[in-house]
Design a protein around this ligand. Structure first.
Ligand SMILES: Nc1ncnc2c1ncn2[C@@H]1O[C@H](COP(=O)(O)OP(=O)(O)OP(=O)(O)O)[C@@H](O)[C@H]1O
Length: 647
């Protein structure tokens, strides 16, 4: 049976209701409980699991440090629920954080390794963007099924060479070599720790200087994105906690949130996959409404949240009959500093000011890059998801490029993904690392080349800034649009387009470019001619032209369907609210007509007005639905036609 001090610990941690469940458990067995055991004692909610996990850890630590019996906790560890509109601010400023054990013991804590031994306040800023390629090892299974390793990494000069096997007209085989150079090119022997030191490590230091950072894992399904990405937040948190243990950062706390973008919907991965809405506030700040955020005070806490989010991601996916490679998962760390109390303390009834976000880093495990090519699949949902993935990966590339070129305008509205990551892309302190993951297999060579081309495009602007754009200006600048207009010929407006139009134009240009470079939508080589106009057999020149035109129309339709879908649902919701108001008025009218002496004329007049409102509402909703249905039909037909031409 658990001792009274453990029972008290449960009580203090807000887990009083579980005390009876542990009545048959010894203290020793209690301290040995694993997270997977919790459910058998009825502890199933994430928050409860977290509390229990921390309680056990805390008691175990104190038992270890003294041989005395396990004491009850002074205070339960803080779990902070930011179930508020503003995902950036702590709901309860009065919460006490338990600092990491390091902080309690050693005010002169060691400097974390990720910063290269440099304290946060010193050292050079890391570059705005960094593009790193990581090759994964070939597996035994892949070798057995006849796959070869066709990727060489020349670590010395950071070059990746892909040896693509090709066949001449006389059927003799030859190797075409494709070489790409990146900031870092990592072979299959590079450890996760080394990846951390080369990517996220240097960014951690900047977080303590009001930095904003993001780290993306890009690549086809099975290329090693999750393998690369999952250790990074854990490793980063270790460095963050070590920094936080230093005297000057003791008032900083770490808050963790995690969500998934699936299609054009956002789900909270730390709150049972609750659907979330995204809104832009008056200051153009994009807010994920109701996203839960948890205060964490040690690495194990971060691990537990990662475990939880991974579980929610896979469970949800099964339920939705899809797989995780079709969604982007985003884990965010926000460093928050509590506002100092005014001299003389707070007045009665006065709330403490909300803590400020002083640094933020996002870890993004992107959807499989090849999924963006599913836009001509048999299933409409798959097509729409593919279109959204495609759009988000294009928009992401454009945002990172804009960041690197110091463009005044960043097309973050191009997709949900870039919209929610907006604050990672704006400001002098924004830093991004893109890790492009590649498979070494000969059977994946097309996808590998596509990934490398994408990564190359991300850094291309920096490599050759002046040559990339008309007149040596950068996309997004007014001068750029003026130059584009001049290039388009006389009579074209040179004035800058409105912001949204510009973003659309940027993305469309990128899309055109991708199609021209035969990446999009990634047709098999032997059929590429039919689609990309790249020569070879298949359709003739007319066929190529019409397929390209149809595909372009299809792109436009997909964009408009994704947008309209949201508008339609929002309109429907608004109409429903209006209906409810009308219904309330009808009820009031009925009550009134039942009263003695009521005027029937008034009733008839009011009733007609209400019926009119209802009729008008239905007509408007019906019209919107019909337009949307027509678009769906057109999309279906176009998709079938293009699919036919391609095959
Ligand atoms: N650098 C590496 N060293 C050893 N094994 C690796 C490495 N990278 C990936 N793997 C292994 O390759 C397989 C695929 O990796 P992973 O699941 O990370 O791919 P992914 O790109 O995240 O795929 P998905 O999009 O399906 O989630 C896994 O079994 C993983 O353990």
């Amino acid at each position: 049976m658990v001792s009274s001090s453990v029972a008290r610990g449960l009580e203090d941690a807000g887990l009083k209701r579980f005390v009876p469940a542990f009545s048959g458990v010894s203290d020793q067995a209690f301290l040995g409980l694993m997270m997977s055991d919790y459910a058998s004692y009825g502890v199933v909610e994430l928050e409860d699991k977290q509390r229990l996990f921390r309680l056990i850890k805390s008691i175990a630590a104190s038992v270890k440090s003294s041989d005395a019996p396990a004491p009850a906790l002074e205070k339960p560890n803080a779990l902070i629920d930011l179930d508020e509109n503003d995902g950036d601010l702590l709901a309860d400023a009065g919460v006490n954080f338990q600092l990491s054990p390091l902080a309690n013991q050693n005010p002169k804590a060691p400097v974390p390794s990720g910063g290269g031994g440099v304290p946060p306040s010193e050292g050079e800023d890391p570059p705005k963007i960094r593009v790193v390629v990581r090759k994964r090892p070939i597996s035994k299974k892949e070798r057995e099924r006849g796959d070869d390793d066709v990727v060489d990494v020349l670590a010395k000069n950071n070059t990746v060479v892909v040896n693509e096997e090709k066949v001449k007209v006389d059927l003799t085989k030859y190797l075409e070599k494709h070489a790409f150079k990146f900031d870092e090119s990592l072979d299959e022997n590079v450890s996760n720790e080394a990846v951390y030191q080369l990517t996220v490590g240097p960014l951690v230091r900047t977080l303590f200087r009001n930095g904003r950072a993001s780290c993306f894992a890009y690549g086809q399904t099975g290329s090693g994105k999750t393998y690369t990405m999952s250790p990074l937040p854990i490793r980063a948190s270790a460095d963050i906690f070590t920094f936080m243990a230093q005297q000057q950062y003791r008032d900083i706390s770490l808050c963790v949130s995690c969500f998934e973008i699936y299609g054009n919907k956002v789900f909270d991965l730390l709150n049972a996959r609750k659907k979330l809405n995204i809104l832009e506030d008056g200051k153009k700040k994009v807010v994920v409404v109701g996203l839960k955020e948890f205060g964490v005070d040690d690495v194990d806490g971060v691990k537990a949240l990662i475990e939880e989010s991974a579980k929610n991601r896979s469970t949800g996916s099964t339920a939705a009959n899809a797989d995780s490679s079709r969604s982007h998962s985003i884990m965010q760390f926000a460093l928050k500093r509590a506002a100092p109390a005014p001299a003389g303390g707070f007045r009665r009834g006065e709330d403490a000011p909300e803590p400020r976000v002083v640094g933020k880093i996002s870890f993004i495990d992107l959807a499989g890059s090849e999924r963006g090519a599913d836009t001509f699949d048999n299933n409409r949902q798959t097509r729409l998801e593919g279109a959204e993935i495609n759009k988000s990966l294009l928009a992401l590339k454009e945002c990172i490029r804009a960041l690197d070129s110091d463009a005044r305008h960043v097309p973050f509205r191009g997709s949900k993904l870039t919209a929610v990551l907006r604050d990672s892309f704006v400001g002098d302190q924004a830093r991004t690392v893109m890790i492009a993951n590649i498979s070494p297999c000969s059977s994946s060579v097309e996808h590998t080349l596509n990934t490398l081309r994408y990564a190359d495009r991300v850094k291309e602007l920096r490599k050759d800034k002046a040559d990339r754009t008309p007149g040596g200006v950068t996309p997004g600048d007014d001068a750029y649009y003026a130059a584009v207009a001049r290039a388009a010929g006389p009579g074209q407006a040179a004035a800058p387009a409105p912001e949204r139009e510009r973003e659309r134009a940027d993305l469309q240009r990128e899309r055109d470019r991708e199609r021209a470079s035969d990446r999009y939508p990634s047709p098999p080589r032997q059929q590429a001619g039919a689609f990309a106009g790249g020569g070879g057999g298949g359709a003739g020149a007319d066929g190529e032209g019409s397929a390209a035109a149809l595909a372009e129309r299809h792109d436009e339709l997909m964009d408009s369907i994704l947008l309209e879908e949201e508008n339609l649902v929002a309109f429907h919701r608004a109409k429903l609210e209006e209906d409810m108001e009308t219904m309330r008025q009808e009820m009031a009218l009925l009550q009134e007509v039942d009263k003695p002496g009521s005027e029937i004329d008034h009733y008839v007049e009011q009733m007609s007005a209400l019926l009119n409102i209802k009729r008008q509402g239905i007509q408007e909703l019906q019209a919107k639905l019909d337009t949307f249905k027509a678009k769906l039909r057109e999309e279906e037909a176009l998709s079938r036609t293009v699919h036919k031409i391609r095959t």
